[in-house]
Structure formats: C-alpha cells, structure tokens
Write a protein that binds this ligand. Structure first.
Ligand code: URA
Length: 262
C-alpha cells in the first residue's frame, strides 16, 4: 500500500473512532487540507484496470485492492452513513464466488457480507452444497450500505449511479480471484454484472457468461425468507445443483432429492 493510502486508511480509522465516540464535527486546518488535496493520489484511488496479474503478485495486489476499497470516498452520502466498507470474505482462490446486492445493517455493522438473516440462509445453502463458507468467496455489487436518510431501519436497492461507481472494484476483485463459476444472487447482482436489465424470474437457472466466466443467476436468499414454499426452495436448489455439476462436485442422491414434493 502506498504511503498516501496508509495515511488515508489511518485517518479514516481515526475519524470512525471519533464518530463512534459521538463526535459529529472535526476541525481541519485549511492549510493541511490543501496539502492533502495535493497528495499524489488525492483525487481518488485509480479506478481498477483490467490488467491481469501474475499469481505471485496476486496476494499483495489483492491486499492493496482491499485497502483502496476501504479508503474509497467516491459516494459522499454512503461514506458519511457507513459504519464499515464491506469488501468481501472467503477464499481468495475460490472456485465459486457468490455475489449479492449490497450490505444491509448487519453487514455494515460487522464489515462482512451476508451475516444477517439472508446471510445465514446463504451459509446454509453453501453448506447444503457440501462446502464451507470459507471455501467460497462472497461479495456484493456495492461495498457500502445504501443510505436511507430519515429512516431508522430498512434497506434500499443501490442506484444505477452507485452501481456504476462501485462495480469496477468488484470487477477487479473477480479478476484476482478468477472463480470458475459466479453465482449472482438476485436481480441487482445479475444486472450489475451483466450490465443489462433482467427479469430474474425468467433469467434464474439459465447459464450466462461474465467475461468468460459461467454465471448462474438465482434468487436472492432474502426472497426465500419471504417465500418459503417448497417450489421456490427447489428452484434455488436446482440452480445450485447446476453449479455443483459444472464445478464437478460430488452430488449425493440425497442432495439431488432436496425440496422435491413428497
Ligand atoms: N444482502 C445482500 O445482497 N448482501 C449482503 O451482504 C447482505 C444482504
């Protein structure tokens, strides 16, 4: 990480600490602010490029990518409302990558994607596939929780602008991880990755391609929380069976039969 980004990350940490302590304003010396503006990379971290990296550079650069994302200030409204930037979690060499929409309140508080109710369901789905959560990689289209000014709870979907601003980070993340398969969870994830509008009910279960990587669109686990019928559970499960087949994972008869009507 460059000295500038180290300084920026330390400043962000310090300000977060102040915010957690109830401080709402900081006094900044104009001369220092001007000096900061003149810093080599003050404008923004460079937008991620599409260059591929060698395997040895992979870890270091992924660490740097994380630092850059943690220090991102491109959406001022989200910067001021977020508790944490939610970069992603899991195995950085995973074969399967799950991509959701954006952090919710639980994820914002924890700094980790999919840890709330929908996340617990996603973890169950992953485990039913015979995998552990730390064997796959989990991320979102948006790295910050979409703000909901004036509301004390609830979520909102990311705006088109927020998705366009944030998705280069995810594209770069995917380049490093090089998953064999991407599972896009819900309409926003599919639209963010494929950069086209989709009807998720028609798209789910049909293989798509994201930059040469097979992509399986499926329902968001939050949808299953709202609709717990066997038919809908089976639809997601069939999508996961297709993923397991493509990944050449072993599938037991028991697994094949989950959520079928008795
Ligand atoms: N929903 C998402 O899309 N992502 C999360 O991280 C949590 C809930």
């Amino acid at each position: 990480m460059s000295a500038y980004h180290q300084l920026l990350a330390a400043t962000v940490d310090y300000l977060k600490q102040q915010k957690a302590n109830g401080q709402r304003h900081v006094v900044v010396d104009p001369a220092k602010l001007a000096a900061l503006m003149r810093a080599p990379q003050a404008a923004q971290p460079h937008p991620p490029t599409t260059q591929s990296s060698s395997v040895s550079a992979k870890t270091d650069s992924f660490v740097e990518l994380r630092e850059m994302v943690q220090a991102c200030t491109q959406c001022p409204n989200l910067v001021s409302s977020r508790k944490n930037v939610v970069f992603g979690v899991g195995n950085e060499s995973a074969d399967i990558m799950f991509i959701g929409e954006a952090p919710g309140a639980d994820e914002d508080a924890a700094g980790e994607p999919f840890v709330g109710k929908a996340g617990q369901l996603l973890t169950k789905i992953i485990e039913t596939m015979g995998l552990k959560r730390d064997q796959v990689y989990i991320a979102n289209i948006l790295k910050c929780r979409p703000d909901t000014p004036g509301k004390r709870y609830g979520n909102r979907p990311p705006s088109g602008d927020e998705m366009a601003t944030c998705s280069p980070w995810l594209h770069r993340q995917i380049e490093f991880i090089q998953p064999k398969i991407i599972v896009a969870l819900g309409k926003t994830a599919v639209e963010g990755l494929l950069e086209q509008q989709v009807a998720i009910t028609r798209f789910r279960g049909t293989w798509q391609t994201y930059r040469d990587i097979p992509l399986m669109p499926t329902f968001h686990p939050a949808y299953l929380l709202r609709n717990q019928s066997l038919t809908e559970k089976r639809k997601i499960w069939e999508d996961m069976l297709a993923v397991m087949e493509k990944a050449a994972m072993p599938i037991s008869e028991k697994q094949r039969g989950f959520f079928l009507p008795r």
